[in-house]
Ligand binder design. Structure first.
Ligand code: V1D
Ligand code: CA
Length: 480
């Protein structure tokens, strides 16, 4: 049975403008870029410039790696701690702004998710989870022994990773950074009123909604091996967001993402699906990714890009079956960075946790244009990288079932679909809603202490810059 789509947008394209009457996305009101950021000299972003250093902001909360989905579950938040410690071990924190995020409030989550669903997630606990009626279980798609178990601190976990993504979007909106990175985000399967595929709250949709306050067109790209169904569904009927997902298609979770699914109503041709077979290697992936994304950038001309970097598309993943190396995966990041458009970088899936950490630490270095050694640096989790203690992965052995002709046919079909787009859509202007940070967050039920908040948060995102001494956590966690 075909599921009804819970799209966020109706048919009309609108954007917002600031209370003072400025139109944040009109060229005349855009502040000058700092001198070290090169902007294209021609309208649009047709050409790539691979060599302009960017201001990078990195969002991390020290508790995010402590949550546990349960025994036997492949999703291990501990991988986020491994990633962070590898980033620290390489000294990359010295080259970027490191922020601790605000904790997203239930009101913020309800900007996309239904009140009923958010209330349910807020109330439920693991003990209740064991006795949930089958109707509640099937309504919200959570429960014991499912993809989405109810685990201790589940809602706090969601609020942490979502806070990071929203904060990143706000830093981009206010031009405080060129690139915002949240490796704990990217949970692309969550729907308006139900959990799916290890995802409960869709931080991506919420971050895109934040970007839409200032950006007329937002591009979402998804290189997780799974189809980015939750994000596609949310924006299926609008041209304000273009979604592009590269994924394994055919008897593979979640089963959506047919090449013929192109969007509907105002969003027709603004959803792009690139179905791939197992075993795809770096060269084959680039042969599709590069021309498709070049065409997307040419016809859509987004003013902000969100890139979900699920690491389950790497060779050797426990759930995935692609054959990408770190270099092939990171090439996508490098390419999108080269377009010089504000960029939100998110995590996603990834189930060989050492490789996830290798991948995202390497991609952090690529974003910073800092070379890193193939020798894993000393860090709290150094032993995890035995026996070779190398950063880069050996090439996988899975056979590439994507023929050159098959990939060419996919590319041609997608370029043809993209050529149906008349040109970058313009938008009507309305008043911009305030940052959730400044208005709606204040005094919310989730505030730990409103007095503390006002004294150590800035006027844009509510984040607090970490002191370098706070980066290192003592002790070693279990690989769980
Ligand atoms: F192997 C498992 C063990 C325990 C619990 C779940 C799994 C498991 C493996 N693969 N679950 C899956 C996928 N689910 C199914 C279900 C069978 N049907 C009833 C559904 O095949 C879900 C895979 C989720 C992938 C998530 C993701 O990598 O895309 C991701 N991205 O961001 C966050 C997660
Ligand atoms: Ca994908």
């Amino acid at each position: 049975m075909k599921k009804r789509r819970t799209t966020y947008f109706g048919e009309r394209s609108t954007t917002w403008m600031a209370k003072d009457g400025n139109v944040p996305c009109s060229p005349s009101s855009v502040p000058h870029d700092p001198p070290h950021v090169r902007v294209p000299t021609t309208p649009g972003h047709k050409s790539q410039d691979m060599s302009s250093k960017k201001r990078v902001s990195y969002f991390y909360h020290g508790d995010v790696g402590h949550y546990y989905y349960g025994p036997g579950h492949p999703m291990k938040p501990h991988r986020l701690k491994l990633t962070h410690h590898l980033v620290l071990g390489y000294g990359l924190y010295r080259k970027m702004e490191v922020y601790r995020p605000h904790i997203a409030t239930t009101q913020e989550l309800q900007k996309f998710h239904s009140q009923e669903y958010v209330n349910f997630l807020s109330r439920v606990n693991p003990d209740m989870g064991r006795t949930l009626s089958s109707s509640v279980h099937s309504k919200f798609n959570v429960g014991e022994y499912t993809d989405c178990p109810i685990f201790d601190g589940m809602m706090e976990f969601c609020k942490i990773y979502t806070g990071c993504s929203i904060d990143g979007a706000q830093k981009l909106n206010h031009k405080i950074t060129d690139v915002a990175v949240n490796w704990s985000g990217g949970l692309h399967h969550a729907k308006k009123g139900e959990a799916s595929g290890f995802c409960y709250i869709n931080d991506i949709v919420l971050a895109i909604l934040e970007l839409l306050k200032y950006h007329p067109r937002v591009l979402y790209i998804d290189i997780d091996i799974h189809h980015g169904d939750g994000v596609e569904e949310a924006f299926y009927c609008t041209d304000r967001v273009m979604t592009v997902s590269f994924h394994r298609y055919g008897d593979f979770f979640p089963g959506t993402g047919n090449i013929k699914d192109v969007g509907a109503k105002n969003g027709k041709y603004y959803s792009v699906n690139v179905p791939l077979e197992e075993g795809i290697d770096d060269a084959s992936y680039e042969r599709v990714f590069r021309p498709v994304m070049a065409k997307v950038m040419e016809v859509y001309q987004p003013s902000a890009v969100v890139l979900q970097c699920g690491a389950d598309s790497l060779s050797g993943d426990r759930l995935g079956c692609f054959n990408l190396t770190l270099r092939g995966h990171a090439k996508c990041v490098e390419m999108m960075k080269g377009y010089n458009v504000p960029l939100l970088i998110l995590g996603g899936g990834g189930y060989a946790i050492r490789n996830v950490a290798r991948c995202w630490a390497f991609e952090t270095s690529v974003l910073l244009e800092e070379e890193v050694s193939d020798e894993i640096p000393r860090n709290d989790y150094y032993d995890y990288y035995a026996p070779d203690y190398k950063l880069h992965l050996p090439p996988g052995t899975t056979e590439n079932q994507n023929s050159t002709e098959g990939l060419e046919a996919i590319k041609v079909q997608i370029l043809q679909q993209l050529s149906q787009i008349p040109g970058a859509p313009s938008v009507q202007m309305q008043e911009v809603p305030p940052d959730w940070a400044t208005n709606e967050r204040g005094g919310g039920e989730d505030e730990e202490d409103p007095d503390v908040r006002s004294s150590n948060r800035n006027r844009f995102g509510g984040e607090r810059r970490e002191h370098e001494a706070e980066f290192y956590d003592g002790g070693k966690d279990q690989d769980r």
